[in-house]
Design a protein around this ligand. Structure first.
Ligand code: C5P
Length: 298
């Protein structure tokens, strides 16, 4: 069973104060974009994980791996044998703020449900997904959605058209808990600018106007990510100088997203940004795209 699951971008991310359970209440607008992890699942003698592709070295291969945890959770829920070989082909950067781990978990849930023929309703898969991480329900659902709670309560966002994104990938990842902790520290030590409601992003998506969307992009986690990774300022500056419609750190970073006017502009931005040598790699990805889906069953 081969499953493809997309990366996500946060077009808007407003974080509230830290809750008693350690999470932050979010109001976020997710978009799934065409940069994928492929996860191949086959019945085997025991549960195993192999990883290839994008920054494969940084991923755990034991039961801490989110795809392995997803297989174990679904097996427990359905009474199936979790002896599955999981082969992950990474296209999404690890610890990049693009929900790469969540994509793998979503792919494993959707893929094992198909492999075992358990046919769980979407609502049950979503309830399992949230146990694996705040972004996993969105990785299952895809498209464009408003996320509240800790990001797991989803409402689809109606919008027009497709957007051309260019993603600047960094050498090393950033730890999501560390970025949230830095946000708390900044807020404790003085006033910080706070992102307001997502009205402008939602209006831009309704109108389908990339210029309006570019201006509306906003992320409360960006100052924290910049504090932990000052070199990202250079990437943001380059994106603005090169004429991107909007430039923003995605989620907890360090991936930076640039919005292009159209495909041709995205090609030009990709080449120009790669030429500046301010990031490890540059990828194009259009959105919105579907959530985790079986692409091949043998
Ligand atoms: O839900 P997930 O396991 O992906 O979250 C990873 C970490 O990110 C959490 O342990 C928490 O530190 C932080 N987080 C948060 N508020 C959210 C989502 C994540 O503080 N809404």
């Amino acid at each position: 069973m081969t499953v493809r699951a997309p990366a996500k971008l946060n077009l808007h991310l407003a974080a509230g104060r830290r809750r008693a359970d350690g999470y932050h209440d979010l109001t976020t607008v997710y978009q799934a974009v065409g940069l994928y992890d492929e996860v191949v699942l086959s019945v085997a003698g025991q549960l195993s994980v192999t990883v290839s592709g994008e920054t494969a070295a940084a991923m755990p291969l034991d039961q801490r791996n989110l795809a392995a945890r997803a297989v174990l959770l679904l097996a427990q829920e359905t009474g199936q044998d979790p002896a599955v070989a999981i082969e992950i082909r990474k296209g999404i950067p690890v610890a990049g703020g693009c929900a790469g781990g969540s994509a793998d978990a979503a792919a494993a849930l959707v893929g094992c449900d198909a492999l075992w023929g358990t046919g769980l309703p979407r609502a049950v898969l979503a309830a399992l997904a949230v146990q694996l991480g705040s972004d996993v329900p969105f990785s299952v659902q895809g498209g464009t959605a408003l996320g509240t709670g800790r990001g797991e309560r989803l409402t689809p966002v109606l919008g027009h058209g497709s957007y051309s994104w260019v993603l600047a990938l960094s050498d090393d990842g950033l730890s999501t808990p560390a970025v949230y902790a830095e946000l708390d520290r900044q807020r404790d030590s003085g006033p910080v600018a706070v992102v307001s409601d997502p009205g402008q992003v939602l209006a831009a998506l309704r109108s389908g106007d990339p210029v309006q969307l570019g201006r509306a992009l906003a992320n409360d986690l960006q100052p924290a990510a910049l504090a932990l990774r000052p070199a990202l300022r250079r990437v943001l500056e380059s994106g603005r100088e090169l004429g991107a419609l909007g430039v923003l750190v995605s989620g907890s970073g360090p991936t930076v997203m640039l919005l292009a006017r159209d495909d041709g502009h995205a090609v030009a931005l990709t080449a120009a940004l790669a030429g500046q040598g301010v990031c490890r790699a540059v990828r194009r990805a259009d959105g919105p795209v579907h959530g985790a889906r079986v692409v091949e069953a043998r």
